[in-house]
Design a protein around this ligand. Sequence first.
Ligand code: DQA
Length: 146
Amino acid sequence: MTKTIYILNGPNLNLLGKREPEIYGDITLDDVAADCTHLAAELGLEIQLMQSNHEGQIVDWVHQARDQAAGIIINPAAYTHTSVAILDALNTFEGPVLEVHISNVHKRESFRHHSYVSLRADGVIAGFGVEGYQLALRRMASLLAD
Ligand code: DQA
C-alpha cells in the first residue's frame, strides 16, 4: 500500500504568495500542494497537504496521522516558536517528522530562533523557499525506505 505523508501548515500560510512576498515568495500553497503531489507520485508516496490557522486543529491532525500517515512534514509557522501542544502531539507520533521553514528563521528576529518542534523533528530545512517542501519529501522517501 502506498504510504501517506501529511504535510501540515500553520497560521497565515493560507496567504502564501500574497503575504510578505519579499520574505515568502509569490508561490501559493495550492502550487506547493500540486508540486508535492507530483513529486510524491514519482517517489511512490501520497501526500495530504493541510493548513490551519488554529493550533488545536494541527494537534488533531497530528493525532490522526498516528493511524493514517507514515511521516509528517510540518511548517508550524508562528506556532513553531510558541506551541508546546504541537510538540507534545508530535511526541506521540512514531514515524519521521521533518520541520520546514520557507524563510531562514535564523537570519530573522531572535524570537524566531527557537523552535519547540525542533525538539522532536528528525530534520529541519529553513531558508530554501518553498523548494524546502520538496527537499523534505525526498528526505522523507529515503527515511521510509531505510
Ligand atoms: C515560517 C517562519 C515563522 O517564523 C513564521 O511565523 C511563519 C513562516 C517560514 O516558513 O519561514 O509564519 O515558518
